[in-house]
Ligand binder design. Structure first.
Ligand SMILES: *Cc1c(COP(=O)(O)O)cnc(C)c1O
Length: 375
């Protein structure tokens, strides 16, 4: 049995080596390292795949979020609603721009932001809502978009973990994660479902105006060469990464199917264990399993994690600390009792190895050890 990894980038590369090596070779031969043809081609291909008009490539997923917030003209004093249970980048960019992240608790089953919690957090200073499609499943966008319309807010989706997931709302709203709000953001960090061999990100929108702003912002606020209309940043997807991503984009649906199949095998083996809640599937979204995350019940999660490590099974905790309890955000003045669901999730969740190369015999071994654990 191959060594079990949290994410197996080696095995996936081995399968696609011919195509990927040729794509890399072509970029090196052309020396068009910055804004080479592969960047535009990949952006067009991704736009077609997602069914969205504009794709603005950028340096990473964090930049994507920051550029989106800059494009809506976020100002100091503005408030942006984000989940308390997410990766730090979602809130970090809000704080960096001098605005105030406003955290809301999440649903205990899907781990995503709920429309009810968002509604309660809206104030006259709210400018935007940033739903995160956590672990590969869409937040319930329809009622969130409705709230945004009512209160004249922007919705900026953090789709870093959900590229390829499909939303299907009760009222008929359908579309891929990242194409439902005013702006969608994603990351091509190597472990993401569509991962580069380094950093990368992209921003999506249907709006010509927002797209033009974002294209200018990622390029130093430039309009014509050396004429700068606004304060921007330098955030590019480099050509080598675009060339690799162009190859991998063709396989994204296959990657996501492989993850779903692995998730179904875990489900089958763990659903009756009594020690874990298997990942909930929401009625309005497919799940593409960026992570396969269990909720432990009545066992010491940290001891389980150590036990698995002793058996050469990596397992991770996403995320151990709620955003409101992070030292860097203490200035926001949240109290510990304000986010009961996130607090308990941070103590209970554990993510198992999940990737496109996970084999049934590896999963059998993992499940065997999970059952063998004595709390
Ligand atoms: C990975 C990730 C990001 C940031 O992406 P980078 O490319 O690492 O900057 C943002 N939000 C979420 C939810 C993520 O998982």
């Amino acid at each position: 049995m191959e060594q079990i990894r949290m994410v197996d980038l080696t095995g996936q590369y081995r399968r696609l080596k011919g195509e990927i090596d040729a794509a890399i070779r072509e970029v090196i031969d052309s020396t068009a390292f910055i804004n080479g043809p592969a960047v535009g081609k990949f952006a067009t291909g991704l736009g077609n795949y997602l069914g969205v008009k504009h794709v603005v490539p950028c340096g990473n997923g964090t930049d994507a979020l920051q550029v989106a917030l800059m494009a809506i003209g976020l100002k100091p004093g503005d408030e942006v609603i984000t989940p308390d249970f997410t990766f730090i980048a979602t809130a970090e960019v809000v704080a960096l721009l001098g605005a105030k992240p406003v955290f809301v608790d999440v649903d205990p089953h899907t781990f995503n932001i709920t429309p009810e919690a968002v509604r309660k957090a809206i104030t006259p200073r709210t400018r935007a809502i940033v739903p995160v499609h956590l672990f590969g499943q869409c937040a319930d966008m329809e009622p969130i978009l409705e709230l945004a319309r009512e209160h004249n807010l922007y919705v900026i989706e953090d789709a870093a973990q959900a590229l390829g997931a499909e939303y299907k709302g009760k009222g008929g709203t359908t579309g891929k994660a990242g194409t439902l709000g005013h702006i969608g953001c994603t990351s091509f960090f190597p472990s993401k479902n569509l991962g580069a061999y380094g950093d990368g990100g992209a921003i999506f929108t249907e709006s010509d105006e927002l797209a033009a702003s974002m294209r200018s912002i990622v390029n130093h606020g430039m309009k014509a060469r050396y004429y700068h209309d606004r304060i921007g940043v330098n955030s590019r997807l480099d050509t080598l990464q675009a060339a690799i991503l162009q190859v991998k984009l063709k396989y994204l649906d296959d990657f996501n199917t492989r993850r779903q199949e692995a998730a179904a095998r875990y489900d089958e083996a763990l659903k009756l264990s009594g020690r874990f809640d298997i990942p909930a599937r929401s009625p309005f979204s497919t799940h593409i399993f960026h992570q396969y995350t269990l909720k432990t019940k009545g066992i010491d999660r940290n001891r389980l994690r150590e036990f698995l490590h002793e058996k050469n099974i990596p397992a991770m905790v996403y995320y151990p600390v709620p955003l409101h309890a992070q030292k860097a955000y203490a200035y926001l003045g949240y109290r510990e009792s304000e986010f009961p669901v996130t607090d308990s999730l941070c103590r209970q969740v554990i993510s198992l190895p999940m990737h496109t190369e996970l084999s049934p015999d590896q999963q059998e071994y993992i499940v065997e050890q999970l059952h063998a654990f004595r709390p």
